[in-house]
Design a protein around this ligand. Structure first.
Ligand code: SF4
Ligand code: SF4
Length: 443
């Protein structure tokens, strides 16, 4: 029997419309807008100014703290300005605007397709290269990778778990990358194993990707210490704590990090980016993004330079269908509605989903019928109906006592509620408020 996590979970329709589509490199736009904050943690500090000439790979922003990441140019050209730009949440953040001229790359970047399997660097040197290249978790969390590879004192990594679940409906960016860059991903995994000094890595892949499972099972014979674990299709298996439970059968306690059970989790796209950073000296300047939707003419997986406007991706997939009501950044479960299609692709952009007026309609909310379905499906063992009430009535103390900050915002509760209650909307609001209170208390 296939393994999965033990608490909660749902199985929404998969709708992987772009599965099997080859990755297509999108044309470089005439201008890119590269935000200085594309990661969890402090924004990067700009090291360029208006009028500067940059190449692909030139450092634009230096990490602004321990939990932060470098930002590089994804194009060659001239810095037009450093100014605010809208991010995916609709907030204005500082960004570097670059007018594109040609496509000139920094000399140290190896652009050949030759596989470079041998890495003679030490753990410290690998982590330094990853930090310099601005690698962050590409599964959507955008946590700076070098921080995850540096376990806090008193903890020890025993296993590397690779998240190849891609459990969000519609998204196929990781799947397409696995089909086309398997050897590079496996080399990246070997490098990550060396960085944290572990002898074992397990790649968790959901069983709805049989081609990737079969391909990787053939390829791992050339790589030591890597196992493939097919997993039952269950959302949200890509959640760190859910994946750890599925793969090693251990639950991470409330408030604890994966390293508390000896696990370090990285995404497949991150493993590929690590390969490129360490073996090819290539900073994180592009990524694969799925553009999809039931009415989209050509659902696709595009290789996109960071800073490209979302509108260019949509145009390449056939444009906005007439009846489109919402455009989501990410997948349908955890993604957020975009306020503009001029928002740039960032390191955390895994997908763009166009949904029609029929699909986007919110059914009228009714009274809770106390069916407890939301509790049954919550993968964190929370009580979503109680948490919604605590947020609605601003009882932050009760919300904190009932672990609102443990919510991973997976949306399973809202998805399953027969009374159409906007559970996650309220819980997200309450979680933000309680986290603010906790931060203030600590400081
Ligand atoms: S959104 Fe939060 S409360 Fe709702 S099911 Fe997911 S983890 Fe549980
Ligand atoms: S699923 Fe909806 S109706 Fe059922 S207990 Fe939860 S909030 Fe109430």
């Amino acid at each position: 029997m296939l393994r999965t996590f033990r608490i909660g979970g749902i199985h929404p329709p998969e709708n992987k419309l772009s599965a099997g589509k080859k990755i297509t490199a999108l044309a470089v736009p005439t201008q890119v807008v590269i935000p200085l904050s594309q990661h969890i943690g402090a924004p990067a500090q700009a090291v360029v100014k208006k009028g500067d000439t940059v190449k692909v790979g030139t450092l634009l922003g230096k990490a602004g703290g321990f939990v932060s990441a470098n930002i590089h140019s994804s194009v060659s050209g001239k810095v037009n300005k450093i100014d605010d730009a809208l991010d995916a949440s609709g907030y204005k953040r500082p960004a570097v605007y670059i007018d594109v001229e040609g496509d000139e790359w920094e000399e140290q970047i190896d652009r050949s397709e030759t596989l470079n399997k041998v890495c003679n660097l030490s753990s410290k040197e690998i982590i330094t290269k990853i930090a310099e290249a601005g690698i962050v978790g590409l599964g959507g969390a955008t946590f700076p990778t070098q921080v995850k590879l540096t376990p806090p004192p008193g903890t020890n990594a025993e296993i590397l778990i690779i998240n190849a679940a891609e459990c969000e409906p519609y998204l196929t960016a990781d799947h397409s990358l696995m089909m086309e860059k398997g050897a590079e991903i496996l080399t990246g995994i070997t490098i990550l194993m060396k960085a944290i000094n572990v002898k074992k890595a397990v790649i968790g892949i959901e069983s709805n990707k049989p081609d990737a499972i079969s391909l990787f099972k053939h390829m791992i014979v050339h790589f030591e210490g890597i196992e493939i674990m097919p997993l039952k299709v269950q959302y949200p298996q890509g959640g760190e704590k859910q994946l750890i439970d599925a793969v090693i059968g251990t639950q991470v306690k409330s408030g604890a990090l994966p390293i508390s059970v000896g696990a370090v989790v990285q995404n497949t796209g991150t493993a590929f980016a690590v390969y490129e950073a360490v073996q090819k000296n290539k900073p994180l300047i592009e990524r694969v993004v799925t553009v999809t939707g039931k009415n989209v003419a050509n659902p696709s997986n595009f290789l996109v330079r960071i800073g490209t406007p979302i509108s260019s991706l949509i145009a390449a997939a056939g444009g906005i269908p007439e009846n489109t009501e919402k455009i989501i950044g990410g997948g349908p479960m955890m993604g957020k509605a975009l306020v503009s299609t001029e928002i740039p692709v960032t390191k955390g952009s895994s997908g763009v989903l166009l949904i029609s007026n029929k699909e986007a309609v919110r059914k009228p909310m009714r009274n809770c019928i106390r069916c407890s379905k939301c509790i049954t499906v919550c993968p964190m063992g929370l009580n979503p109906t109680l948490l919604m009430n605590t947020s609605e009535f601003r009882n932050w103390d009760l919300a904190e006592k009932n672990y609102i900050v443990d919510c991973i915002e997976c949306g399973s509760c809202s998805y399953t509620c027969p009374a159409n209650r906007p559970l996650l909307d309220y819980i997200r609001l309450g979680k933000g408020k309680v986290m603010g209170i906790i931060r203030a208390r600590k400081s």
